[in-house]
Design a protein. Structure first.
Length: 218
């Protein structure tokens, strides 16, 4: 039977979380909002509208949500030509594909941003499918992105492992019924990831690759 290895991208395979923190912080600043960077960091991984709601609250002027998202997108887009893959990200995907796993990306990125991330990873030959937040009604921490990723490759949850770097990833994977692996390279504490549902935690893709046979992929 086929198995699926589902991966978040930002902060998991590509070292972008702090770029997102800085560009969201600047987007908020330009709009007149003082939002602490540590709060932005913990919200990274949520879809744009959910991130804005999480940080500004439900009593904000929702008419400006699109303006904030557009500002963040424009600021972050300045880095598209130099997004850095995390150590051995591409090698990990190729190893799993070579071992018979169906590799699927589950990300809120789309369009030019997704293209830039895939260029950074440089492992398109190993990726069977990509599930974008645009394809589902609710993004992480809802289970739909992970469930859609599994639907794309026709693999049941009990034969899948999801790898991510945020509590939103762990919650989404747990709610979808898959085993969850966390990486610390997104900058969140191990304890938070374990509390959110991580079955195993590794420093980064390179550490997971080095321990693959003893991991949930073993």
């Amino acid at each position: 039977m086929e198995r699926a290895a589902v991966f978040d991208v930002d902060g998991t395979l590509v070292d972008t979380n702090h770029l997102h923190v800085t560009t969201w912080w600047e987007a908020f600043r330009q709009a007149g909002h003082r939002v602490p960077m540590h709060a932005v960091h913990r919200a990274v991984g949520l879809p744009s509208t959910d991130l804005v709601a999480h940080l500004l609250g439900e009593d904000r002027d929702t008419d400006r949500d699109a303006e904030l998202s557009a500002a963040h997108k424009a600021l972050y887009g300045q880095y598209f030509d130099r997004l850095p893959a995390l150590p051995d990200a591409g090698a990990l995907l190729r190893r799993l594909a070579g071992d018979g796993w169906k590799v699927v990306l589950a990300t809120s990125a789309g369009g030019h941003e997704l293209g830039a991330l895939r260029r950074a990873i440089d492992a398109d030959d190993a990726i069977a499918a990509t599930a974008s937040a645009d394809d589902v009604d609710a993004g992480k921490p809802a289970p739909e992105p992970v469930e859609h990723a599994l639907e794309l490759v026709g693999v049941p949850a009990e034969r899948a492992v999801f790898v991510g770097d945020t509590v939103w990833d762990m919650q989404a994977g747990s709610r979808a019924g898959v085993r969850c692996v966390a990486v610390l390279c997104g900058g969140l504490p191990r304890a938070d990831l374990e509390e959110a549902g991580a079955d195993a935690v590794y420093a980064d893709p390179a550490a997971l690759l080095a321990s693959l046979e003893r991991s949930p992929f073993g």
